[in-house]
Design a protein around this ligand. Sequence first.
Ligand code: NAD
Length: 358
Amino acid sequence: MKVLAILYKGGKAAKEEPRLLGTVENELGIRQFLESQGHEYIVSDSKDGPDSVFQKHIVDAEILITTPFHPGYLTAELFEKAKKLKVCVTAGVGSDHIDLNAAVKHGAQVLEVTGSNVVSVAEHVVLSILLLVKNFIPAHEMIERGDWQVSDVARNAFDLEGKVVGTIGAGRIGYRVLQRLVPFDCKELLYYDYAPLPEAAAKALNARRVEDLKDFVSQCDVITVNCPLHEGTKGLINADLLKHFKKGAWLVNTARGAICDKDAVAEALKSGQLRGYAGDVWNVQPAPRDHVWRTAKNPLGGGNGMVPHYSGTTLDAQERYANGTKSIIENYFAGKPQEPANIIIGVGKYETKAYGQR
Ligand code: NAD
C-alpha cells in the first residue's frame, strides 16, 4: 500500500540532528518499518497546487501522514480524488488542516497522537505570558543594540502575581497551562469551555469557569487560547470581541492562527487595546514575509512575542509523536483498535467532543 507523508523540510539542521524526526529528511524514522513490510513510502514537503507531490499521490494513498507544523490541507475537493484513503494520521495534535466533515462523509479515519506535545505547548504558553508581561523582548533587544535605559523598558513591565489569567479551552493544554501558573499567585485562574472541568480538577487549581465569552474576556488581564480550530472557533477573537478585552490585556495564542482575526489583532496591538500578542501559530503557514504579525508592536514599541510554529515540536515532542504515529500505523496494519483518545474521526463519525458541539 502507499503511505504518503507531508512533512517540513529540515535542511542542514535535519542532516546534523537526527532527532528532528518530523522532517522530510528524517521521515519520522519509519521508512524501514514500512518498506520491510512491502509498503511504498512517499515523503515530501511539496503540498500546494495541483502539481505538488501531495496532490499527485493523494489519489492512490491509503494512509496519509501530515503534521500541523507544515500542514498539507486536505480539502473536501481533494477528498473526492482520494479514492483509496482510509487513514489520516496527524503527527502531533490538531487536525484542522483536514476537512473533518469530508472525512466523515468519505469514511476515512482521522487519528492524532493525542497528548504527544501538550506539555511542550503548555510550557511555551507560560514562557510567552511571562515574556509579554515582563516586557522581556524589548529589554533584550536594547542590550543587543548596546543601549542601557532601564526606564524605557520598565515603564511597560509588570508582575504576573495578582493578575487574572484565563484560558479559552481547558483541555489537555489549557489545563496544564493553569496548573503551571498556580505557583505564580495570580489573582484568579479562569476558563471558558463548553465542557466543564471535572469538579476535582477545577478545585485542585481553584479555577473558575465563566460561561459567557464577553464576560470572560472582560475579566482577564492575560488570555491564552487553547481550543482547536473548527467552525465555532474560526475568527472567534475578532474586532468585536477585542473591544470587550480589558484595555492593555495580553493575548497568547498557540492553538491555531485562524482563531484570531489577523488584522483585528494587529490593530488592537497597535492601538494599545492589547499590550502584547504572542504565539507560534499563523493563519497561513509558512507565514508570508510581510505578515503583519511579524512586526506589529504596541504604542511603546514592544509587545510582540511571535515565533514560527514550533512550540509543539521540541525534540522531546518529536520523539513522542514519531513513536505515536508508528503505533497508530501498526494498529491499522494489525487490525487492532486504536487508542480511543487518538480518534478524532472514526469511520463515518466524530469521536472527539473537542471539535465543537454537535
Ligand atoms: P484537547 O482536545 O485536550 O482540548 C481542547 C479543549 O478545547 C476541549 O476541552 C474543548 O471542549 C475545548 N473547546 C473546543 N471548542 C471550544 C470553544 N468554542 N470554546 C471554548 N473551548 C472550546 O486539545 P489539546 O491537546 O489541549 O490541544 C488544543 C489545541 O492546541 C489543538 O487542537 C491544536 O490546535 C493546538 N496545538 C498547538 C500546538 C502547537 O505546536 N502550537 C501543539 C499541539 C496542539
